[in-house]
Design a protein around this ligand. Structure first.
Ligand code: PXP
Length: 234
């Protein structure tokens, strides 16, 4: 299993003061030195954390960028110009603190099919962030995605309450269905140092995208050590 580090929180902290610290590029460099597979950056429509310039500056490090984005034309233009390693389409609401729930691929499958085409034509891998729901998995295949990223938020919340088995089962079933259809499978959201070991129960997961827990741990032990510890666990 590979690790994608979500560095949005570095930008959130920087933007809190409106200055340059902590430096997103410095964080990206440290992560790459720890052999992180990819850097996940979510360019939100309201630019609340990652800014357009962050993407281009990190790209200069020859990093694999996994660009999280809403399926909107304004950000699509940036993706087509940047040409990141991969794009992960997510639902986006202005009011939410973080990405709540997966993308409803089923109910916008014709729109997404067209939206994805120019991205794929640029050779960019396309992933869709979805809940572990078979209808959504099948729709992801229909619209032409390469990967799905399973939303592990509900599983992570259930883990805290001590009753995660049902949620884990849903992730395994969705992952197996995706693989049957020829899709590759990533997972992320809410994963931390306590619950991540359970991701090994999901056969053949390609990549985990983790942000909050690693950046939180880095406050105490430093970013490189926090990454090392997570890499050891996965
Ligand atoms: N994957 C996706 C698609 C996300 O939107 C997020 C949160 O930004 C993550 C992974 C990482 O979640 P967390 O910060 O809870 O580890």
């Amino acid at each position: 299993m590979k690790l994608g580090l979500n560095i949005d929180h570095i930008a959130t902290l920087r933007n809190a003061r409106g200055g340059v610290e902590p430096d997103v590029v410095e964080a990206a460099k440290a992560a790459l030195e720890e052999k992180i597979f990819a850097l996940t950056m979510h360019l939100r429509e309201d630019r609340r954390h990652i800014k357009d310039s962050d993407l281009y500056n990190v790209q200069k490090l020859n990093a694999k960028i996994n660009l999280e984005m809403a399926a909107v034309e304004e950000v699509q233009k940036i993706a087509l110009d940047l040409v990141p390693y991969s794009v992960c389409l997510v639902p986006e609401k202005r009011q939410e603190i973080t990405t709540e729930g997966g993308l409803d691929v089923y109910n916008q499958r014709e729109y997404l099919k067209e939206f994805i085409k120019p991205i794929k034509n640029k050779g960019i891998i396309v992933s869709l962030f979805i809940d572990p729901d078979l209808n959504q998995v099948e729709s992801a295949k229909y619209v032409g995605a390469d990967y799905i990223e399973l939303h592990t938020g509900t599983f992570s919340n259930a883990y805290e309450k001590g009753d995660y088995k049902n949620e884990l089962k849903k992730l395994i079933i969705a992952s197996n269905e995706a693989k049957k259809l020829g899709l590759k499978v990533n997972a992320g959201h809410g994963l931390n140092y306590k619950n991540v070991y359970l991701m090994k129960e999901i056969p053949d997961l390609s990549e985990l995208n983790i942000g909050h827990s690693i950046i939180s741990r880095s406050v105490f032990v430093g970013l490189k050590q926090a990454i090392k510890e997570m890499l050891e666990l996965i």
